[in-house]
Structure formats: structure tokens, C-alpha cells
Design a protein around this ligand. Sequence first.
Ligand code: ACO
Length: 431
Amino acid sequence: MTAKTVTLKYDGREYEFPVLYSTTGEGCIDISKLRAETGLTTLDPGFGNTASCVSKITYVNGEKGILRYRGIPIETVAEKMTFVETAWLLIYGRLPTMAEMKKFSSRLTNNELLHEGLLHHFDAFPPNGQPMSILSAVVNSLICYSPEIMDTTDEEAMRNAVAAIISKVRTIAAFSYRKAMGLPFVYPDPARSYCDNFLHMMFSIPNKSHQPTQEAVKALNLFLMLHADHEQNCSTSTVRIVGSAETNLFSSVASGICALWGKLHGGANVAVFEMLSRLAKGDETLDKFIERVKRKEVRLMGFGHRVYKTFDPRAKILKKAVFDLLEAERVADPLIDIALKLEEKALNDSYFKERNLYPNVDFYSGMILRALRIPLNMYTVMFAIGRMPGWIAHWRENNEDLRRLARPRQLYSGPVETPFVPLDLRPDEEL
Ligand code: ACO
């Protein structure tokens, strides 16, 4: 794997560090012995230059706009696969056989119900409780009702835990919506597929079963697949770090849900919608808004990415899918026109060109959810359901490969030593 080295000159001495290459050629300096040999650490705020692990799961090339799950291009995943199949691929490392798919699907069905005791938790949340908060709390609480699923040391137990999370997170998400709307819970229907079942739990009422169109089920599959993994992003790194303390899978992914919530990460899909809705009111022209973005008073939400310096391939797929779904469902969405105009203006503006700012996955994802009648406060929850296979795959890989507690260093910039002053002798200072 390694042939080249880099030389570091410091304090009159030279140190050599190996360069490791990814299977596609990108290089990486292995500094794992840096501190031991030189007494130095590295400073990389935001980790823009730091590979935290070696991973076989997902490949992203930000310069060329490439995304592959276990080597399969995202365009192929989007066209030919379902979310459940994608989950298996990410977690187990290859495409499943027909028999493996059937077994996985039946495990998902067997796990789709929640413990009745867990349902009381929903009553404790206020009616307008944030679904992301409910989701993370209830996912973390799953282990209270089935403590045996915490032990994932043997493969069979792991397979059950995987199915339990992927299946139950969908039920929890739908129930948190029903609770917020003051509607009765609709239990999952074992005869339905994963996405069909979610839409059933969201929108059926006791005496009228919701039958989503094929296009709606397809669009939901697509949305979830496109969000299924994206290598070492903020929430996935969180899951890996928490998991490195040998924290159980359920609590680790619950922390991933919290990390995803932020508006610079998964919460951006809500922020995009809010931005487009404000612009749709017409109080501010698009040109004036773009000027404010360029003055850095606001960010153009759904634009820019830490890794992609060209089009996010998921944004391209979603943009087309939005039009397909709106046409199939025969609905119009005025926000689409605003989004298209905003995109065009940004792509032709030197501020965005110079900084390589292009639409990311969140720019159009909200449009799909809107067409599916998913309410705004559920957008990031939908992202979390989609990202679950990725979090699980990374938690597993981290636990199998590294088994080392994640513990970054820091460059301390505080006082060297502060003299202690007893409380009654300290001068009053208003903060
Ligand atoms: N609008 C306006 N300017 C932007 C934007 C934006 N959306 N994104 C980056 N910039 C500017 C920065 O101000 C900076 O300008 P400068 O060089 O003059 O200082 C330059 O572009 C580089 O930006 P950074 O913040 O260094 O880029 P970084 O990689 O840290 O940020 C991020 C990536 C957080 C995604 C950023 O582009 C952003 O805030 N985008 C909007 C929020 C968003 O859509 N998030 C979803 C990301 S995808 C996901 O997580 C699923």
C-alpha cells in the first residue's frame, strides 16, 4: 500500500512518514507515529485535512462529483436499487443475493413494532415537541425495553440489532409525527414494503388506509438511498467517535441523530425550505438576497459543501426526481421556480464560481418531501432514517477494525497556571 514517504524537517532533525494511497489513488500522510517521534501534534480545525480512519464503505471525489457506495456509483444505486437493498449493501459490504434480501426483509418486518411500554414515552412529549428530539430520545430508549439487543458481539445478534434499528426508526419517526398532529398511531402493516409502510403509518387514518402511488414510493426510496451514506461527515464521525468508547449501537446512532440536526448539516433541508418560503413572499428580490449572501450577512442554504467543489451528484438526481414526481402527482410547486432562479443566479455569479459553491443534496431534497406531503419539522428526521444504514456500517467497521478510543489532541491556549483566590476575596465583576 505504501512506497513513498514525506520528510519533515524540525529542530535540526529529519523525520520520514509513509504516504498511504487509497484504492483510487488519493494520498494520505500516515502521522500515527508523529507525536511519539517528534513531540509534535497537528492542528486541523474542522478536520478538513485529516483522515480519521481507513474505510471501505463509501467513496466521494469532491473535485469530480463522484459518489459510490461499496464501489457502486450513486447514479446506479438511484436507478436500480431500493433503500432496503442499499442498506444491506452498505452494512454488509456487497450486493445481497435474493435469499439474503428475503431474510433481511423478514427481519425488518419482525422488528417493525415498538414495545407497548415505549409508546408511553410519546405521551410525555408536548404536542409540538421537536421530532428530532423525540427520535433521538426514543431510539436511545429502545435498549431499556430490549437490553439484549445491546450485545452485538455475535453475528446473529448484530443482524437482529441492525434490523431492529432500521425497522423501528421508521415506526418511531411516523409515531412522532402522529403524536405531534394529535392523531392516533397507525401500526405498521407487514404486507407493505419499507417505504409504502412508512407512508401508511404517516397518512392512514383508522377507517381509511392510505395507498401511496408507485411514484411516491419510488421517490421516497430514492430520497432515502441518496442520504444513506456520505463517508466521514459530521454525524457519521460522531457515531464513530461515540462507538469507539464501546458504546452500544443504539446510543451511538442516537448521538448521530443529534449531530445531524444542526443546520449546517442535516438541518440544512429545513433551512433551504425556510429561505425559499421567505423569498416566495416577495418582500426581498432574489438579486437583493444574493447581494446579502455575498456581503456574508446570510448563507445561501443548500449551496456549498466541505468535500464537493463541483455539483453534488445527489443534487442532480434529486432535481430531476422532483420534476418527475410533481408531474406524476399532477401538482405544481411555486417554490421550485424560486429554487431554479436562485440556482441559476448563483451559478452565474463570480462569488459562487470563485468559491466553487454548487447545490448540495439539501437544495432539492425538501421539494421531494414537500411533494410527498411530509411536514417541514420532519425533513431532518427523514434524512436520519436514510442515514441510518451508513451510521450502522461505520459503527461496525470502526468496532471491527480499529478498536481504539477516539481521543483528539488540542493546542492549549489558556493560562499556564492560575493562582487560586478564595471566594470571599474575589472582587465583584459583572459578566
Ligand atoms: N453561502 C454563501 N457563502 C458560502 C456558502 C454558502 N452556502 N458556503 C460557503 N460559503 C463561502 C464562505 O463564506 C467562505 O468564503 P470566504 O472564502 O470568503 O471566507 C467560502 O465559501 C468557503 O466556505 P467554508 O465555510 O470554509 O466552507 P466549509 O467547507 O467550511 O463549509 C458548508 C461547508 C458548512 C456546507 C457551507 O458551504 C455552508 O454553510 N453551506 C450552507 C449550509 C448547507 O447547505 N449545509 C448542508 C451541507 S450538505 C450536508 O451536510 C448534508
